[in-house]
Design a protein around this ligand. Structure first.
Ligand SMILES: [Zn+2]
Length: 269
């Protein structure tokens, strides 16, 4: 499942190639054909992202709401577009570029008020300028649920996935099993601002790096991480490997239906 930085990066990439221009809109797969016919030949006005939800704004009012889910994929390419395969749910094309969306959980035409309702049920997104971290803290500070589960709850905070939750808790030495109500305002403030910085860097680089300058492979004289997720991290998918700070073994356990990773020495209750 992509994390929020991927969706914000997609919003930028859709906008840079298509916004302000008349766009051909098709659904080679057929599942989005009626909506595509309505949008075809109109101008992509703008794009928006909130957590793991992507919105493409066409004309004056219509939005395409996209959620990639576990299997959704987006692929950009230069014009001319090749003949589409029948797995393409949504293709946008113009004189210079095309982009294909395959396998999303959601690809639906929604009105402005319907889009507003989607925003309303999501927590604040560290990558949005309008985000209110206090709204997340009000829910966290009243909850007995673990902070590791709360960080994955999109109603509490939107866009944080399995990598950022593990890494930000490590960076702030917070035991992932502490309950939300035990997180202090100062801890939340630090976690939030760190997520803003880390996730912005994720959008820029299109990958997740979370180690501080003193813990890079160069600084530590260690080999770079080899992992198909890329990026230098402290704990994510490093179970049974030595912690970069204390040398102890990184642990893993199931939490909120996903694998949690943490260092029991560095992250104390
Ligand atoms: Zn450690």
């Amino acid at each position: 499942m992509p994390e929020g930085h991927t969706i914000h990066r997609l919003a930028q990439d859709y906008a840079s190639r298509f916004a302000g221009r008349v766009t051909q809109v098709t659904s080679p797969q057929g599942k989005f054909s009626d909506a595509a016919a309505l949008l075809d030949g109109t101008v992509l006005r703008t794009t928006d992202a909130h957590g793991k939800h992507l919105f493409l704004g066409f004309g004056n009012a219509d939005w395409v709401h996209i959620h990639l889910g576990l299997f959704g994929k987006v692929a950009f390419g230069p014009a001319p577009a090749p003949p589409p395969t029948d797995t393409v749910r949504l293709r946008l094309a113009n004189a210079t570029s095309y982009v294909d969306l395959r396998g999303p959980t959601t690809c639906a035409l929604v009105t402005g008020p319907e889009k507003d309702a989607i925003h309303a049920r999501l927590g604040p997104d560290p990558l949005r300028d309008d985000a209110d971290p206090g709204a997340a803290y009000r829910r966290i500070s009243r909850s007995r649920t673990t902070i590791a589960a709360l960080l994955m709850d999109q109603k509490v905070i939107a866009g944080v996935g399995n990598v950022y939750r593990a890494e930000v808790l490590f960076r702030h030495r917070i035991d992932p099993y502490r309950s939300g109500k035990d997180i202090t305002p100062a801890e939340w403030d630090a976690v939030w601002h760190d997520l803003v910085a880390l996730m912005r860097e994720g959008v820029r680089n299109n990958r997740i790096d979370t180690v501080r300058p003193e813990h890079t492979p160069e600084a530590m004289g260690r080999p770079p991480r080899v992992d198909d997720h890329g990026g230098e991290v402290y704990v994510y998918r490093r179970a049974m490997r030595p912690c970069h700070i204390c040398g102890g073994e990184i642990r893993t356990a199931d939490l909120a239906a996903r694998n949690l990773f943490w260092c029991p020495t560095c992250q104390r209750a």
